[in-house]
Design a protein around this ligand. Structure first.
Ligand SMILES: O=C(O)CCC(=O)C(=O)O
Ligand SMILES: [Fe+2]
Length: 314
């Protein structure tokens, strides 16, 4: 039987303390993160009922009138665009989305008359945060760093955020859902519904991530690519929309505190005699540039900021 292109990892060995299973899983994760930054997980601890309910609530929310949704606005000083957003002209993405930061954040704005939406969203957020902490320790082990390295590097979870997304059906002349991109953060979890459309680029080819109930997609972000001096790759991915079908998904971003200084770690540069592939930067500066890409999309694709902004020609 040929190996599936996007590997699926059973995380139960990490909950049961099965060292043999963990070792095998880490070999697959290391390969996937070194090559293209993507894999899927099952037995991750997030209850299927919760995922289903959050998805149902999200559908109810996006069904609100544009007038109702547009009242759910972010605060101008928020580090991330919390609340409801829809890009109109010049739009690169044919989506609308709702974003919230850690439950209890003063920046969060939820719809008033849909209490179960908030409850399910926040419950999923809490569960995803735990999963993020587990994944970051696995990433450290795979990179040969002390298991707690990332947790100690960044113990502030206030910058994590989650997005509920609604993709409009493809039209006659476009199936453009979400433009190809890499995520700016450490690691992202995506839950897509049965419609599908998520694709990852591997060796120049777009590989579809086939939806499967209860499966969560894990993709690596730019922060780990920079810290590891490109030993691990930030995944290039996009979403293609489907004709006649609305698509709903959630993306959880395990993130960094804004005042963190990011540059390739000595373990991946001077300790091994390798030149740094990136100049250093404050995470909040990069995040602000990335948020601008979304809130004020540049009309020329070459003006969209990616991590290449900090790349050093070697
Ligand atoms: O909706 C999806 O499947 C992916 C979303 C995504 O890539 C993102 O929000 O960065
Ligand atoms: Fe993404």
């Amino acid at each position: 039987m040929s190996e599936p292109i996007i590997p699926t990892i059973d995380l139960s060995s990490f909950f049961k303390g099965d060292e043999d299973g963990q070792k095998k899983a880490m070999e697959v994760i290391t390969k996937a993160f070194s090559e293209y930054g993507f894999f899927q997980i099952v037995n991750h601890g997030i209850p299927l009922d919760l995922i289903k309910e959050a998805t149902e609530q999200s559908k109810l929310f996006f069904d609100y009138s544009d007038e109702e949704k547009s009242k759910i606005k972010s605060f101008p000083d928020a580090p991330l665009p919390a609340g409801y957003h829809r890009q109109f002209v010049p739009s690169r993405d044919n989506i609308e989305y709702f974003l919230a930061m850690t439950p209890g954040s003063n920046f969060n704005v939820f719809p008033q008359n849909l209490p179960r939406f908030r409850e399910a969203f926040e419950e999923m957020f809490v569960q995803m945060t735990k999963l993020g902490v587990l994944l970051e320790s696995i990433i450290c082990d795979c990179l040969g760093l002390p298991t707690n390295f990332l947790r100690e590097f960044n113990d502030d979870r206030d910058w994590d955020f989650m997005v509920a997304l609604h993709y409009f059906p493809a039209s006659n002349n476009s199936n453009h859902g979400l433009t190809e991109h890499e995520d700016a953060n450490c690691v992202t979890f995506v839950i897509q519904d049965e419609v599908g459309g998520l694709q990852v680029r591997k060796n120049g080819e777009w590989i579809p991530v086939v939806p499967a109930e209860g499966t969560i997609v894990v993709n690596l972000g730019d922060v780990i690519q920079v810290l590891s001096n490109k030993k691990f790759k930030s995944a290039t991915h996009r979403v293609v929309s489907t004709e006649g079908r609305n698509r709903f998904s959630f993306a959880f971003f395990h993130n960094l505190k804004g005042d963190k200084w990011i540059e390739p770690l000595p373990q991946f540069t001077k300790d091994i005699g390798e030149p740094s592939k990136y100049r250093g930067f404050f995470f909040k500066d990069y995040q602000a540039l990335r948020v601008r890409n979304k809130t004020h999309p540049p009309s020329r694709p070459e003006d969209v900021i990616h991590i290449t902004h900090y790349e050093i020609d070697t």
